[in-house]
Design a protein around this ligand. Sequence first.
Ligand code: URA
Length: 177
Amino acid sequence: MISPKDDCSLCGLCKVRTNIVRPSGDLGSKVVLVGEGPGENEDIQGKPFVGRAGKILDKALVEAGVDRDRIMITNTVKCRPPQNRDPTAEEMEACRPFLISELEGREMVVLLGRSAIKDLLGYDGPMNAIVNTIQEKDVDGIRIRFLPTYHPMACVYRKEARQKLADAMSMVREIIS
Ligand code: URA
């Protein structure tokens, strides 16, 4: 697994970050969850999914019986996009070698939300057409098994998104147990 250097300047996010947010959890897990990018709390603490989205994700994991320490959690970009905007295609491309190295050899890569789905599957269509369907794809020469699903923040006001995320986490539990 390769990781950005502390002084990484491969994209413009280096100018506005506090910390690089590297993967957390079991770095050798069979399952990796990929979010969009760090938010304010993640930028401060240097850890993924520790703010509001993290609380929603934690609840979904607990309800599905998944121990957060037994999976790996990462993001498409390792530095916070200002004002929590979506990462740009250029920023995701600059960070992709790190991401691909994190995904290699896993049994399942869960894509949380539109940015991760667009980055790794190149899909930008309606979410309900792809959510919770297994997608096998070669990315930069590496065969990866993906499970695209909703981002935790998409679940705040949407019951059906919450249910889909819950179903995806149950699939994760099946793999790691
Ligand atoms: N949202 C994300 O997509 N990733 C994080 O790490 C935090 C919030």
